[in-house]
Design a protein around this ligand. Sequence first.
Ligand code: FE2
Length: 357
Amino acid sequence: MEIYGIDHVELYVGDAKQAAFYLAHAFGLQVHGQGGPETGLADQRSLLLRESAVQIVLTSGLASTHPAAAYVQRHGDGVAVVGLEVDNASVAYTELLARGAESVAEPVTYTDGQETTVVIAEVAGFGDVIHRLVERHGPRREFLPGAIQITEPSKGPDEKLFSEIDHLAICVPSGQLKPTVEFYENVFGFLPIFDEYIEVAGQGMESTVVQSPSKHVTFTLIEPDPNRRPGQINDFLSWHAGAGVQHIALRTSDIVEAVSTLKERGVNFLASPSAYYRALPDRVGEVETPIEALEELGILVDRDHWGQLLQIFTESMHVRRTLFLEIIERRGAMTFGSGNIKALYEAKERELQGVEV
Ligand code: FE2
């Protein structure tokens, strides 16, 4: 079994149409399809947004008995499903169960009766998040033939700012990091590629990055250190009511253009102090982009063994201040740099200490 990449993420949200409007108009993702009772999806409305390899499904329950309604009541809006691309969903499902995964749904085949067939099966992941194994045959235009009706892309900003989902960051309760890492190693065959202990304002957090052997699925797992002052990871776990996806990182090939464009459209990003930028040349060497431009936009730079990476966090777009987005450009870097992780969480700390909006 090989896991090739993140096929899609599905968010359960209070109102899929309004969430889609935000992602379409602020982030430039295009609404490409929808499903609901008329396509056999009882008691739900789902909208598919796409840009390049990024696929995000937004689902709302139309009845209080739908799982999306229960999820939103418990967690607020958030990631409920992480779809993983496999070449054979039935084989992957059987293998994962044999290695100890818990079944959520057996394989089901969707077809348009012509050249497109999609097989999906589901297993439990972490918290209330499940993994959907997705096997696709045929043109990429379809998503889930029959269930999601493909529509002409919504009108909206048409520049392509993002290419793929770079990684997901996942918060787990204290004591759960090691078993979660072991779960992804033993069941999914992922490899731990990066470990970091982060100290921010008296808080401590332990983090391990796990990655599929294909290198296209990367999860940054974070747990709070119970021996330090409770902080932002505890806040996330409390506001989200348990383990969950804290941020989705979208990869761009031009972070300066992407952040400038998003700012013009009203997206708020976390800022970093000028001391960070003064120390930058010594820490990461020469940067192709002028440091003043990076400072003006609040973009952070780090490096790993292979090259540089540029990152920034958005403010959370949810009332519970849980899920947010990261924009990342990799200039050779294949992993993460420890300087940025600390700086990103320091920026998050300033947001959380700041004025409520
Ligand atoms: Fe991240």
